[in-house]
Design a protein around this ligand. Structure first.
Ligand code: RNT
Ligand code: ZN
Length: 418
């Protein structure tokens, strides 16, 4: 019997593309869900740090935000039932749960995340980690690891060191390497007098963090993330793209590319082969910058599609870690997760449905206009029917059939949070 999927399978087979293999592989790529969409990047510390989020900000006041770790985990568990494929959870250090006790960032230990770890075991997923170098009184000057005051800089170095011990512990407990991503907000709103000093101090601080030989680098996978600018760091970002590309390469660390961290006309897809010629691995933060690094929910846009098409063309699946990074407080937060994660996996699937590998076996080379014509044709091919089949095989709702689940959960759970 002919179904939308068999029709699509045959349409792709005509170009030598195996949709069955694409579905299997697309399901197997782990996507790390960022915990911070669930609570609008607030964190669970008591007392809560300053509202200043280091230049990142969730806007909106849709009701139903998770107010504590239990609510976050409940929301994330629900989300996971509505997503196809392999997932992980990406935790930030300020989601430690320390009860009545105040534990500062430099004193955090694995035990402060035991509830997250238990949850990850129950969900059978791996954990990733991020030191939190923002939303803290010692970050209010706008500088952390590059701070000129030794006492402040050392505090953040100790936090970075603690984060690696925590990531390593997660990896050991869950038998799955944990990516530990370092991003600092350090920078200046207006033209600084000194740039050299800040960059020298940032490199020295990271060197102190990564010098800890008790950390097994095959368990704690350290990544570093640069950006172009932030709110309050418009003129100068200490950890710029060039800084981190050079730093990661020279220290054998993973470089993180966030889709929102470039000038809007730059193509992140184009950067992949340039970096992978030299770097061993990349961490990808999928996001959607709208006019600026606004961290909108990821959609199936050209940036995301082209990024994963490029990963597929380089057969670089084992050289990238895929993680999400967006936060929108103006819409239902479960839906935000589901839309953004599905869009990311749809782009992975479409990368795997690329027509060109099979066509490259043809005896004659393509002319540029033919390449362009096939690229356009790929948009029109019935990938949506392949996606729906992927969802069915993963036993999750296809299409937008998950909306009813989100509506029920909003009514019964989220809107009861008053
Ligand atoms: C900030 C970076 C960073 C953060 C998270 C919360 O611009 O993208 O990844 O979004 O650490
Ligand atoms: Zn990011």
């Amino acid at each position: 019997m002919s179904t939308p999927y068999t029709f699509a399978r045959d349409a792709y087979a005509a170009y030598g593309v195996d949709t069955e293999a694409a579905i299997d592989q697309a399901l197997s790529v782990p996507i790390s869900l960022h915990c911070w969409q669930a609570d609008d990047v607030r964190g669970l510390e008591t007392p809560k740090g300053p509202v200043d989020g280091g230049g990142i900000m969730a806007t909106g006041s849709h009701p139903g935000r998770a107010r504590n770790g239990d609510e976050m985990r409940a929301d994330l568990s629900k989300v996971l039932t509505l997503l196809p494929g392999q997932h992980r959870l990406n935790l930030h250090a300020f989601y430690a749960e320390t009860g009545d006790q105040h534990v500062d960032r430099d004193a955090l230990e694995p035990q402060h995340f035991s509830r997250w770890l238990d949850w990850a075991k129950q969900e059978k997923i791996g954990l990733d980690f991020n030191p939190t170098y923002f939303a803290h009184p010692l970050a209010s000057s706008g500088y952390t690891l590059s701070h000129a005051d030794d006492a402040i800089q050392n505090f953040w170095i100790r936090h970075g060191q603690a984060s690696r011990r925590i990531a390593q512990y997660f990896a050991q407990e869950l038998k799955s390497p944990a990516v530990n991503n370092h991003w600092v907000p350090d920078g200046a709103k207006d033209e600084p007098r000194d740039r050299f000093g800040f960059r020298a101090r940032l490199a020295a601080a990271y060197d102190a963090i990564f010098a800890d030989e008790s950390i097994d680098r095959s368990l704690c996978i350290d990544a570093v993330e640069g950006k172009l600018f932030g709110l309050g760091s418009e003129a100068f970002v200490v950890g710029s793209q060039e800084f981190y590309s050079n730093y990661a390469l020279s220290r054998d660390l993973v470089l993180c590319l966030d889709l929102g961290h470039y000038h809007p006309t730059e193509s992140v897809a184009d950067k992949v082969s340039a970096h992978l010629e030299f770097h061993k691995k990349l961490l990808l933060h999928t996001s959607r910058p709208m006019r600026w690094d606004s961290d909108h929910v990821v959609t199936f846009d050209d940036q995301v599609r082209n990024l994963f098409l490029e990963i597929a063309r380089g057969d670089a699946w084992n050289r990238v870690y895929v993680a999400l990074d967006f936060f929108d407080a103006s819409i239902n937060r479960l839906a935000a997760y589901i839309i953004g994660t599905r869009a990311t996996r749809q782009a992975i699937l479409c990368g795997l449905l690329d027509l060109f590998p099979a066509m490259a076996k043809q005896p004659r080379a393509f002319q540029p206009h033919e390449t362009l014509a096939f690229m356009e044709h790929m948009r029109a091919l019935p990938w949506g029917a392949v996606w729906d089949e992927l969802c069915r095989r993963a036993n999750v709702p296809a299409g937008v059939d998950w909306l009813a689940e989100v509506a029920g959960y909003e009514r019964d759970v989220q809107l009861q949070r008053v």
